[in-house]
Design a protein around this ligand. Structure first.
Ligand SMILES: Nc1ncnc2c1ncn2[C@@H]1O[C@H](COP(=O)(O)OP(=O)(O)OP(=O)(O)O)[C@@H](O)[C@H]1O
Length: 445
């Protein structure tokens, strides 16, 4: 079960007293089964394997475990909605509870549906029947109509020896099921759960806080109104624990002790800590960190069995590359120079500008470099040519008008740059152009 974070609230990890990994232990027991460890970590990153532990959601775990245990052991029907942002651990929570329930003696069936794939009630019913049929070893059947299908499903639930088997329905992307016409599936499921024909639990997972409001009155009245809320990690310590939990090896893995000690060390590395801090500050989205983990995990090998901080840095830079900066790689030099001119205007607190102002800035730069005799082999383009380049930037939506065109001539229409100054600097530094332009863009000239 989950372990509480030992960190205090809102205290960065680096401020804590940390147990230094024992270098000797690391070298002495570095015999790690790398390919097994790599497969496990990749399975975790892909959401196939569950993490070692759940962090910070003990209460929610207990609530759900209690609800489902009652269904499995005492035959009580129930329904519950788990609400939380993307990546807050809804599926992980449900899967962990279901896994732990399987340790009990009692048998039960699980039916998993997803609103993204079961886009209408007919498909959902076929899927329910398919899963129940395969669970209960009954011959597969095809259905001509919705009614047939639902009748067959109910007969599976009600009749025969197997009728006593509790069924747990897990409805991922629950809000999408509410968009099905008449909400027939939800109505029938909640109705069956409420009328206790057969022990069953209906668990809905959703990101929408207003999911309940999407239900029709007759559906809502059959729902138990139990809701479990999950939130993103409230403090950096917990976020670090979840991130570390994704990469830690279970104790029964060969060399897990050395690997986990090295992991501790890695998380104390200022660069890796900085990457995590940035993700925590921006979005608290653990999946963003997991994306960064793929290349370092893929590069594990017998000769390099530990995760490397350099790989994390490189991978995070690739993940951070945004599409606009990437787009700037392919633009013409004149277009880039116009963008730098706009950046120069932004530096002077001029946030909206027309072509004429941008061209003047460009002309100024060219004159300065020519006068000092430091030309970089580029002549001053005529205004008409520069205007064409400016229009190209508008076409790429890197520059956008601030108001309706009206009768104002093109050169004087006010526009704004759709890039951050940092994005421009980053793009210029990567662009194959003269040092003089780079210096100008970075403010050194
Ligand atoms: N409290 C937690 N403890 C351990 N791991 C967690 C926790 N919360 C999230 N994770 C990890 O974050 C990842 C995303 O979690 P999960 O898939 O359960 O999110 P979700 O809320 O179901 O997202 P979605 O709404 O997109 O389906 C998983 O790899 C999971 O292991």
């Amino acid at each position: 079960m989950s372990k509480r974070s030992l960190q205090d609230d809102n205290i960065p990890y680096s401020n804590h007293e940390q147990t230094k990994p024992h270098k000797l232990l690391k070298t002495a027991s570095s015999k790690i089964d790398v390919s097994k460890a790599q497969s496990l970590l990749l399975a975790r990153l892909n959401g196939i394997e569950l993490p070692n532990e759940l962090y910070g959601i003990d209460k929610e775990y207990n609530t759900l475990y209690k609800i489902l245990k009652q269904t499995v052991t005492s035959g009580e029907s129930n329904s519950c909605l788990i609400v939380g942002n993307r990546g807050t651990g809804k599926s992980t929570l449900v899967r962990t509870v279901l896994r732990d329930l399987q340790d009990l003696e009692n048998e039960f069936c699980i039916v998993k549906l997803n609103g993204l794939t079961e886009v209408n009630d007919r498909l959902a019913l076929n899927e329910i029947s398919r899963q129940l049929v395969s669970e209960q070893n009954q011959p597969e059947r095809s259905f001509a109509s919705f009614a047939d299908s639902f009748d067959y499903l109910l007969s599976l639930l009600k009749s025969g020896d197997k009728s006593s088997l509790p069924v747990i329905f897990v409805l991922d992307e629950f809000d999408l099921f509410a968009q099905h016409p008449k909400q027939a599936l939800l109505y029938n499921l909640f109705d069956a759960a409420q009328s206790a024909q057969n022990p069953m639990a209906v668990i809905g997972l959703t990101c929408r806080l207003d999911a309940l409001d999407l239900l029709e009155k007759r559906v809502k009245s059959r729902f138990s109104h139990r809701q479990i809320y999950l939130f993103p990690s409230p403090n950096f310590g917990e976020f670090l624990n979840i991130a570390k939990g994704t990469l830690a090896l279970p104790d029964d893995y060969t060399g897990s002790e050395a690997f986990n000690l090295d992991l501790e060390e890695l998380f104390q590395n200022p660069t890796v800590n900085g990457i995590l801090r940035r993700i925590f500050d921006i979005s608290k989205d653990i999946r963003m960190f997991q994306k960064i983990c793929f290349p370092p995990v893929c590069k594990l090998k017998e000769t390099a069995p530990f995760l490397s901080a350099e790989e994390f840095t490189e991978s995070s830079l690739i993940q951070r590359a945004d599409s606009k900066t990437a787009m700037l790689k392919g633009i013409a030099l004149l277009e880039l120079i116009l963008i730098i001119s706009m950046k120069k205007l932004l530096e002077k607190d001029v946030t909206t500008f027309n072509f004429q102002m941008v061209y003047d800035e460009y002309k100024d730069f060219m004159n300065r470099t020519q006068v000092n005799g430091m030309g970089f082999g580029m002549k001053l383009y005529k205004q008409a040519v520069a205007l064409k380049a400016f229009e190209n930037l508008q076409m790429f939506e890197l520059v956008c008008p601030v108001d309706a065109p009206g009768k104002c001539p093109k050169e004087f229409r006010m526009t704004k740059l759709m890039l951050e100054q940092a994005q421009v600097t980053e793009a210029v530094l990567k662009y194959n152009c003269s040092q003089m332009i780079k210096k100008w863009a970075t403010g050194a000239s």
